[in-house]
Design a protein around this ligand. Structure first.
Ligand code: GLY
Length: 407
């Protein structure tokens, strides 16, 4: 049996689901640990309490969305910031799990705050902004007005695809340095294009997404399956003219969140296309990450895999949350023993993130669920702080695990 659905979904092969369920349940037998199901349920209940507090706090701040919380102060953004869709998405996942009508009201309210981004054509983040907010909203409510927003947004994103290069351009800044910059993060915008192609019948949107994934696979990755952050392409030849980092330690390092975006992106593109090359890429990235000598024992990466593996080096909970969500999905696409390894690693990450070290008590942490994420270390920006995308992918991972645990 194969099931396909919209955001945050996984292709579920029934026999394998049961195998994994057995492993997950057996994993805690005799270990004295709380069953994973209990960990997940408590985490979701705590997330609802915390998210309601955040929504109440921001409800009267017209047009504002939570971004982070630093030195005891709220840091917010308007919808233009690349993260604007994540808090609405957090509300949708909380609603999906608790079906609280107040949460639904807030999910609609904060989703509406992002709508104008459907016209954004000056950066690639439209997929993040709209698919996490309106995409989840559509999946959970079937609200047809959300479809129009997503289709308009996909067409806006498509304006950034240049056929001569075969990729979606990420940024327009730093034109003196980069002719046509594409960052690994951009893999996360493809799901919106794939959905829009399917919904509208416009195959060209799918072709763009596939071309982007193919060229990224060819030029962003190293033989060990790590990826560099940014590849800039020559606009005439369509070939890379520069490979650099922007948010990582160095041009040759493995910036942790970038690795997680790649893992998530290729797992998702495999789900959406069935192309075995994407599955192989995702498996390769998973192996690189899980077996990395600098991966801490608790499963939460330092902000860059090449940063010194020291207690004082900041972690990135967002990278762990993205990775956990992707591994849960990937585990459904591979032979059972391999899938069990991915699930075991995701479980470790979730148990750590759900522990008091990472999960803040209700009312603390500015209303964010998780602590200890790193936004852009080289710019001393958002280091060891809560971030909306850590919360979003954590909730997605919890939701995916919960679905898996339900017989
Ligand atoms: N997409 C930007 C980041 O991951 O920081």
């Amino acid at each position: 049996e194969i099931r396909l659905s919209l955001v945050g979904s996984e292709m579920c092969i029934r026999d394998r689901t049961y195998t994994l369920l057995g492993v997950l349940l057996a994993g805690c037998a005799g270990s004295g640990r709380e069953p994973l199901e209990t960990v997940v349920d408590k985490a979701l209940a705590g997330a609802e309490r915390q998210t309601l507090l955040m929504a109440e706090k921001y409800s009267a701040r017209e047009g504002r969305l939570p971004r982070t919380w630093e030195n005891g102060e709220d840091v917010s953004s308007d919808s233009r910031w690349w993260c604007s869709g994540f808090f609405p998405g957090v509300l949708w996942y909380v609603y999906e799990n608790g079906r609280n009508p107040r949460v639904l009201e807030y999910a609609r309210m904060f989703t509406a705050r992002v709508e104008r981004e459907k016209h954004t054509t000056d950066n690639h983040d439209v997929g993040f902004m709209l698919y996490c907010s309106f995409g989840n909203g559509l999946r959970l409510t079937g609200d047809e007005s959300y479809e129009e927003v997503l289709l308009t947004g996909a067409r806006s994103l498509a304006t950034r695809f240049k056929p001569e290069v075969g990729l979606i351009r990420s940024w327009d800044h730093n034109r003196d340095k980069w002719q046509y910059p594409v960052i690994i993060d951009n893999m996360m915008n493809l799901e919106l294009l794939m959905w829009a192609a399917d919904r509208s019948g416009d195959k060209s949107l799918r072709d763009m997404a596939v071309s982007h994934a193919d060229k990224t696979l060819k030029h962003h990755f190293r033989p060990d399956f790590s990826s560099c952050h940014l590849v800039s392409y020559d606009t005439i030849s369509g070939q890379p003219h520069l490979k650099q980092t922007h948010q990582g330690l160095s041009d040759s390092s493995a910036w942790s969140r970038g690795q997680a975006w790649g893992l998530y992106g290729y797992t998702c593109m495999y789900r959406l296309t069935g192309d075995a090359r994407y599955l192989e890429q995702a498996r390769g990235i998973a192996g690189f990450l899980i077996n990395h000598r600098n991966m801490p024992a608790d499963g939460i990466p330092y902000w860059d895999f090449d940063a010194p593996a020291l207690a004082s080096t900041p972690r990135d909970a967002s990278a762990a949350a993205i990775m956990a969500s992707a591994l849960v999905e990937l585990s459904g696409f591979v032979p059972a023993a391999e899938g069990e390894r991915y699930m075991a690693f995701a479980e470790k990450q979730i148990r750590t993130l759900a522990s008091p070290e990472y999960t803040a008590p209700a009312g603390e942490n500015g209303g964010f669920i998780l602590r200890h994420s790193t936004g852009a270390y080289p710019f001393s920006s958002e280091v060891d702080v809560p971030l909306t995308y850590a919360d979003y992918y954590y909730l997605e991972a919890l939701t995916r695990i919960k679905r898996r645990l339900q017989p």
